[in-house]
Design a protein around this ligand. Structure first.
Ligand code: M6R
Length: 610
């Protein structure tokens, strides 16, 4: 997730572009850049780091001119650095891009074979070269952009300028957002409403497949074939703060509802639905290595540890490989043994958590092969690992992790499928089923989130006054119970415990009385009957039971006080759905209590202390 802006009009472009980027910094902040047409040519200034680094550079090298484009980056291909920062240039063409080009490896190789010299590791630079090649064939800029996009698969919101034309920006959209703003004799472009709000409230949201030529006095919309397109103009009356959170009250709520989009980005280019397989070329592990591993150890902290626990179940079930999960801090606190041919999978949103980083170094020093599943590209953990399988959730601002958890689950499940297929434990038919199942998860998530919009608020009002809340789950739902309890603890400050359902009778069941709401995760999976028995045991002791169950399960509904119904999917993929009501419940409880949801007391987003 990156932010792009564009301006063409009568004012100096650079200050407007920088201001727009500042309002989009929530979309990414590892590097930034501007390209402004000075009437003769396009000048570019880029800097690694936050926007203030670019601002400092612009004081030394001011850019003047009334047309330009800008970018704030959240790395997806290529580490954060000046050379990977946007805009990217090829001959007369300069491009900024938000999205992920799926076929970038093929395009890169083709361009290299043609002798093109690439400066960066990004997928975006490839687009600049493709457009430049089409321009040199005699097409005009918009024709060249269309022809280049015919070669591209994936997600993009692109803005392209040419040094030969100081009056036009060509922009195009597929899967990544793009908004046009209409001023008086000036036009604006942005990834999101906040970038444009100080300048205009008249906006048009582009749709997938739209291509627009932006001039100072007009925007001409076409489709990818050049046919005319009309989109409505809307008046937006949001305040700038509301706009940054896309109208949501808190970043956490926005991030919960962003999960279908985050999942799509994370799955993009990694599900080969035609072949029924998983593509993990970026990870750098060979099929031979996959067959040679003797055991997997997963290391993580907090929410990432819960995702790692689901990963363990997936690896054991799909790849038949011994797997264990460790809290990174505890791994460091004992004399952990690394076996021959051991794979250590490190899971972290930030890639900077101190305990996880130190555990990574320890495992590596003891001879393990280390794979990082991380959200922040170029962070410390992947730098100390042998390979990285990045989640593409975009920046997560809320301290309570939500969308990063789901994307970690997706990567761990994909990795488990990939391992299982390579090691021979997983049939082609089951692999295809899981690949198809994953492809459908984003739309199931959207439906489930929509269905819970009002009901979870009511549930939070009904049960949120409790002093203690229990969360029970079995098998792959056990880590989800732990995650539900952690979410509630960290943002609502209510005491909550996650338990393996089967463990209740060994002690914790003594805690249950009429005051204690008990969430029971009881979807139809291989553990359903036993989980239902555990639910009934809690009910029989007076608990107020909230079941998270499969749609249409009358048996569960008959014995529960409240039910959240989740749609059917493969049992191994169900955690991607069952976690959603627990995240929303915690959010609404915290909001009713009036806590600081996005920055709860005593916590930090990234924990770099021991
Ligand atoms: O960045 P990491 O994933 O390594 O962070 C690990 C934990 O600090 C983190 O998951 C924490 O538990 C979250 N606040 C949970 O919402």
């Amino acid at each position: 997730m990156c932010g792009i802006v564009g301006y063409v009009g009568v004012q100096e472009a650079a200050p407007i572009l920088v201001d727009g980027l500042r309002r989009l910094e929530y979309r990414g902040y590892d590097s930034a850049g501007l390209a402004v047409h000075n009437g003769q040519s396009v000048e570019v200034v880029r800097r690694s780091g936050k926007l203030r680094e670019l601002e400092k550079a612009l004081q030394e090298t001011p850019l003047t001119g009334a047309m330009g484009i800008g970018h704030t980056r959240w790395a997806t291909h290529g580490k954060p650095s000046e050379v990977n920062a946007h805009p990217h240039t090829a001959g007369p063409v300069t491009v900024v891009h938000n999205g992920i080009i799926e076929n970038h490896l093929v395009l890169r190789q083709e361009l290299l074979d043609q002798g093109v010299e690439l400066q960066s590791e990004t997928d975006t630079e490839l687009v600049a070269h493709l457009v430049e090649q089409q321009l040199s064939q005699g097409l005009d800029l918009v024709g060249a952009v269309r022809a280049a996009l015919a070669r591209v698969r994936g997600a993009y919101a692109l803005a392209v300028v040419s040094s030969a034309d100081p009056t036009r920006i060509v922009a195009a959209k597929h899967s990544s957002p793009m908004v046009l703003g209409f001023g008086q004799g000036e036009m604006f472009l942005g990834s999101d409403i906040p970038a444009l709000l100080p300048y205009t409230r008249e906006m048009t949201f582009l749709e997938d497949g739209d291509v627009v030529v932006l001039e100072a006095t007009r925007a001409t919309l076409t489709d990818l074939e050049g046919g005319p397109v009309e989109r409505p103009r809307q008046h937006i009356d949001w305040s700038p703060v509301m706009a940054e959170k896309a109208g949501y009250k808190h970043f956490m709520l926005k991030e919960i509802f962003e999960q279908p989009r985050a999942l799509e980005d994370t799955l993009r280019g990694r599900l080969d639905r035609e072949a029924g397989d998983i593509v993990t070329a970026e990870v750098g592990l060979s099929d031979e290595q996959a067959r040679g591993f003797s055991r997997v150890t997963l290391l993580a902290c907090g929410t990432s540890h819960h995702a790692a626990m689901v990963g363990r179940y997936a690896i054991e079930e799909l790849a038949g490989l011994a797997a264990q999960v460790e809290l990174a801090s505890e791994y460091r606190a004992r004399s952990a043994v690394v076996t021959e041919n051991e794979l250590v999978v490190v899971v972290s949103q930030s890639g900077e958590t101190l305990d996880t980083l130190e555990a990574t170094k320890l495992a590596k020093s003891k001879g393990a092969t280390v794979l990082a599943i991380v959200n922040v590209i170029g962070s410390a953990i992947p730098r100390h690992s042998d390979g990285a399988f990045y989640t593409h959730a975009g920046p997560e601002i809320g301290v309570a992790s939500t969308k990063c958890f789901s994307t970690q689950l997706a990567n761990l499940l994909m990795f488990g499928i990939w391992l299982g297929r390579r090691r021979g434990g997983l049939s082609a038919a089951r692999t295809r089923e899981l690949v198809e199942g994953l492809a459908h998860i984003p739309s199931l998530m959207t439906d489930l989130l929509t269905s819970m919009k009002t009901s979870m608020g009511e549930m939070a009002r009904r049960y949120g006054g409790a002093q203690d809340v229990l969360f029970l789950g079995r098998g792959v739902q056990f880590p989800i119970a732990l995650e539900g309890a952690l979410k509630l603890k960290e943002i609502s400050y209510i005491h909550a415990e996650g338990y393996a359902s089967g463990e209740m009778k060994h002690g914790p069941i003594a805690l249950i009385d009429e005051q204690v709401p008990v969430f029971v995760l009881v979807p139809r999976d291989g553990n359903y009957e036993r989980s239902l028995s555990n639910l009934q045991e809690a009910k029989a002791r007076g608990a107020r039971v909230i079941a998270v169950a499969s749609e249409g399960d009358d048996a569960v509904a008959g014995v529960s006080d409240s039910v959240v119904a989740v749609p059917p999917t493969d049992p191994l993929l169900l955690p991607l759905l069952t976690v959603l009501p627990l995240q929303l419940f915690s959010y609404y409880v915290a909001d009713f209590k009036g806590t600081d949801v996005d920055q709860p007391r005593n916590l930090a987003k990234t924990v770099t202390v021991e």
